[in-house]
Design a protein around this ligand. Structure first.
Ligand code: COA
Length: 364
């Protein structure tokens, strides 16, 4: 067997999937068989979750919206038994601790629905708790995205709920990203889906993966006016820091999800329900892309999904500490579909390492 050394695994295809396809050269993303631009304008999160789970071979209840509502209610009922998990400082730590306490039933479809419902409930309860507010009980009959927003903010005006739903669809799945890979590694050992989702939450927390949108908003606040963008960004790069929301491991052009979210923010602004940050965000993106072109002429570094995630979730009314947990609430659909797919078609994921101890150290 020929061994290939590929740190970062960029050049390795680790599995086959029917769930999503990322074409990094052309900037095209297909989720559950449909281009993200069409899908996000047409289908809601519940429909997309159903399509992902079916594509992974799971039997999905005919009334999935009702089943997800019941899962939210069950998660809320479980909250008094979670100890101090939801008191964690960081929202992803809270999710990791709370989701870890869900039971794995042995029924992959039931566990996928339970985890997806629970993440929304736990994230919302955590966000309220850190403001000293009581958690709001879910409404099992409400649409998933609208209920999430209401559990966080106490209300869910239609334009905002629609924009949030579009976000959840847009980031529901994305090929072999780090958190999905983490989930598939755990699932490949035959471990349970709850353990796999907990691993995925841990991976998503990192700033190189799902942790960027909060810092993007901090950046927009710091820049404050479009004319200040170039100087501010240049100082960041001079200090050796990366520009959050720019660059991607796979895309060599602008991330197609950036355009979908940018359009959704435009719609919110036209409905008078946004924060007016879009013009500033566009100016910062342009200045960042220009600077990165100058400094890395051989490497295309354009806006990724996190850039406009920050602006959209802020406009929807979510606090910035909740951005990454909200990403988890959406990606839970993709994670659990990949877990099922891995269990059905995959093989134990177990790469090799190259021994590179300092010279003179005895081999073990
Ligand atoms: N700001 C400044 N420089 C960046 C950059 C950014 N956002 N992204 C990449 N670069 C630089 C790297 O430092 C590297 O420079 P070097 O060759 O001088 O060391 C070069 O561009 C090539 O980097 P690349 O191989 O593309 O990085 P990667 O594939 O390991 O990283 C990301 C991809 C997403 C981790 C990276 O672009 C990044 O850190 N972005 C900011 C965080 C972010 O938005 N994360 C959300 C991802 S969806």
């Amino acid at each position: 067997m020929e061994l290939i050394y590929a740190p970062g695994l960029d050049s390795i295809i680790a599995c086959e999937t029917a769930l999503s396809d990322v074409d990094g050269e052309r900037g095209r993303l297909v989720i559950a068989g449909e281009d993200v631009e069409q899908l996000a304008g047409r289908a809601g999160f519940v429909e997309v979750a159903a399509r992902l789970w079916r594509a992974a071979g799971l039997e999905v209840p005919a009334d999935l919206a009702g089943a997800l509502g019941a899962a939210r209610a069950a998660a809320f009922a479980r909250m008094p038994c979670l100890g101090d998990a939801l008191a964690a400082q960081d929202g992803m730590d809270a999710l990791r601790g709370a989701v870890a306490q869900l039971p794995a039933t042995g029924d992959l479809a039931a566990d996928a629905i339970a985890a997806t419902g629970a993440i929304a409930v736990f994230a919302a309860a955590w966000a309220r708790g850190r403001q000293g507010l009581a958690a709001i009980a879910p409404d099992p009959a409400a649409p998933h995205a609208a209920d999430y927003l209401r559990m966080v903010a106490g209300e869910a005006p239609a334009p905002r709920a629609r924009a949030l739903d579009r976000y959840l669809v847009t980031v529901s799945d994305h090929g072999m990203n780090a958190s999905t890979f983490a989930a598939r590694v755990v699932a490949s050992t035959g471990s349970d889906p709850v353990s796999a989702v907990v691993a995925a939450i841990g991976a998503l927390k990192g700033p190189l993966h799902g942790g960027a949108p909060g810092p993007v908003l901090d950046m927009l606040d710091a820049v404050a006016v479009p004319g200040a963008a170039r100087a501010w960004l240049a100082a960041e790069l001079d200090a050796g820091r990366r520009i959050m929301g720019m660059g991607h491991r796979v895309y060599r052009v602008r991330d197609p999800r950036a355009a979908v979210l940018e359009a959704a923010i435009g719609e919110l602004e036209r409905a008078g329900a946004a924060t007016g940050r879009l013009a500033l965000a566009r100016a910062v993106e342009q200045a960042a892309a220009q600077l990165l072109r100058e400094r890395h002429p051989d490497r295309a570094l354009a806006a990724n999904v996190e850039f406009y995630t920050a602006v959209l979730l802020d406009a929807v009314g979510l606090p910035r500490a909740l951005f990454t947990p909200t990403f988890a609430a959406a990606r839970a659909a993709g994670w659990t579909a990949h877990i099922a797919e891995q269990r059905r078609t995959g093989r134990l994921i177990r790469p090799q390492s190259r021994y590179a101890a300092p010279a003179g150290q005895p081999a073990q």
